[in-house]
Design a protein around this ligand. Structure first.
Ligand code: VG1
Ligand code: CO
Length: 550
């Protein structure tokens, strides 16, 4: 085997979005498309490493969510890594590693970084999406500075260094060699499971299942299956069959592995049956998202973060208390109320997990969350689906209370933040950009305006000043905040691969326990109408309502 240097030409559009580079599989299948991006990444890493040695002598972690093209991409990346100075790759067996597991392995093995092959909650299969993301030595998503440098390099890259070695045997544990690089195929679950053992009271959880506690985890035919099966059924003694759709399939069995009440409808209807299990949960394609469900009761992700914050001391890994909490801007302010009551610092960041990394690294926060079914903690630098499920399981065990009763009690104590997200998918890019541009232009005139009983007290385009590295991220979403705490937020998705997706986030606060059980969409109907009045959503998109409301 030898290292080949082959000429290449730049592709347009290789700019990573909210979470890595995501494109249709057909785009990734173009000759050199993946190679160009990975070569650009390696070029940047080789040029930017502080010791001047770059990747030389370094270890990278590699794995993905098992979607279509995962196995082919793994082979290509190994051959590129071997030709660009990497000393060792830790590869998940079969090319499999969940996003939180990549983060856990990078941290546990002190690797230089890692590559995650995933388009997360986007559908898979030959007609679906593929994606690639780089995580740094803290285990977290690369910062914008790095992803922008990689993007710039993709526009100038002219040659690819790649080994012509034959494919490696990626299904067998153990060490192999490619050029001078070692490839160690590792158990994808082991490091992650060890971390979960440190955080949660496994004896308590074992006892719960031994006494007949019932649970259903829908892994949506995605990468969370092996993790949930091994930990819940294997180690904690949950009955076989507790985890359903547990085998990662290249097309997720046709499911859309996005754990919300619309796409995980199966779980929702199962949890509404008279013989429903005590606890239900689902994860997304790469197992970093979670949905928590009680009997006929769905927990809003923003509420989940607030409850975790309120009860953290009951969980062994957090018994000493929290350093602080952070939420993405569109996430509801439910957690802010808990943080205030507990005297904890509370940060508001732009959408995307990469913005939590600095706060976690600096020891300023312990828990983080996003409205998009993502919660996590300082144990890794990604959101973590199974971690959140184990947290809620441990919480039920420690309190002896059900999911529904925990949430109801929380609302009585702190008030309820009614919350919904309306997605307008497949909008023409020009129409979506026009809507946002006009909204931004209208902001000065919106301040102080009265809508019904509400007055706009803040109208801006959210900008984030990172308190750790002083970087500034502008244009992160238009916010209208009202005098009663209600919020209406508009932003465009940065993870889609077709047209534009407008996300409209609606929130109102209700302190009165007698008014905390209104169906969410009716509670927020007036804010939805207001949003349409202000932004002309129906008129501009031609859609009479959102394609998904969760
Ligand atoms: C979406 C979510 C965001 C999340 C991101 C990645 O981004 O809104 O909260 O961090 O997906 O999650 P956007 O730009 O489409 O709104 V995952 O599980 O897809 O990595
Ligand atoms: Co995900």
């Amino acid at each position: 085997m030898t290292i080949q240097t082959t000429p290449t030409q730049a592709f347009a559009g290789q700019r990573p979005g909210t979470s890595g580079l995501r494109k249709k599989v057909s785009v990734f299948l173009q000759p050199n498309y993946l190679e160009n991006f990975v070569q650009s990444l390696f070029d940047v890493l080789n040029a930017s490493a502080p010791d001047g040695l770059g990747l030389h002598g370094q270890t990278l972690v590699l794995g993905g969510d098992g979607r279509y093209h995962n196995r082919v991409a793994v082979q290509t990346i190994l051959k590129l890594a071997a030709a660009n100075g990497v000393r060792r790759v830790l590869l998940g067996q079969g090319g499999i590693l969940s996003t939180p597991a990549v983060s856990a392995v990078i941290r546990a093995r002190e690797a230089f970084g890692g590559i995650v092959l995933s388009a997360s909650h986007n559908p898979g299969g030959p007609d679906g999406d593929f994606g690639i993301k780089y995580n740094a030595s803290n285990g977290g998503p690369a910062t914008e500075t790095l992803t922008e440098a990689v993007y710039a390099r993709t526009q100038t890259v002219t040659q690819i260094n790649i080994s012509d070695a034959p494919d490696l045997a990626i299904d067998t544990l153990g060490v192999q060699q490619i050029e001078t690089m070692q490839v160690e195929v590792i158990d994808p679950v082991a490091d992650y499971a060890a971390l979960m053992r440190e955080l949660f009271d496994f004896d308590l959880l074992r006892g719960m299942f031994a006494r007949g506690f019932t649970m259903r985890v829908d892994a949506m035919n995605a990468v969370g299956g092996p993790y949930a099966k091994e930990i819940l059924e294997g180690e904690l003694g949950a009955p076989v069959g507790t985890v359903v759709n547990a085998t990662p399939l290249p097309d997720f069995g046709g499911l859309h592995p996005d754990p919300n009440p619309v796409n995980a409808e199966n779980l929702i209807s199962h949890m509404a049956r008279s013989d429903a299990p005590d606890f239900g949960a689902a994860m997304d394609g790469d197992a970093d998202r979670n949905m928590v469900v009680g009997r006929n009761f769905v927990v809003t992700p923003s509420d989940s973060l607030a409850l975790m914050t309120a009860h953290a001391k009951l969980i062994p890994g957090y018994k000493a208390g929290l350093l602080g909490v952070a939420r993405s801007m569109p996430t509801s302010a439910a957690v802010d109320r808990v943080a205030r009551a507990l005297g904890l610092p509370c940060f508001e960041t732009p959408t995307g997990w990469k913005f939590f990394g600095n706060l976690l690294d600096a020891g300023r926060v312990t828990l983080c969350g996003e409205e998009s079914y993502g919660t996590g903690s300082s144990h890794v630098r990604e959101k973590d689906g199974l971690w959140a499920i184990l947290f809620w399981l441990n919480l039920q065990g420690a309190t002896g209370r059900s999911v529904e009763s925990l949430v109801h009690e929380h609302w009585r104590t702190y008030g309820r933040n009614y919350y919904t997200r309306h997605d307008y998918e497949g909008v023409a890019v020009d129409a979506a950009n026009g809507l946002m541009a006009d909204l931004r232009a209208a902001l000065p005139g919106l301040l102080g305006r009265i809508f019904g009983s509400r007055c706009v007290v803040l109208a801006d385009d959210f900008a984030y000043n990172d308190p750790v590295d002083a970087s500034v991220s502008k244009a992160q979403g238009v916010r209208l905040i009202f005098d009663d705490g209600a919020r209406v937020i508009f932003r465009l998705s940065g993870t889609g691969t077709e047209g534009a997706t407008l996300r409209l986030y609606l929130e109102s606060y209700e302190a009165d326990p007698a008014r905390q059980d209104i169906p969410v969409q009716s509670a927020l109907a007036d804010l939805a109408a207001l949003a349409d009045q202000v932004a002309g959503i129906a008129r501009r998109t031609g859609m009479s309502g959102p394609s998904v409301a969760t």
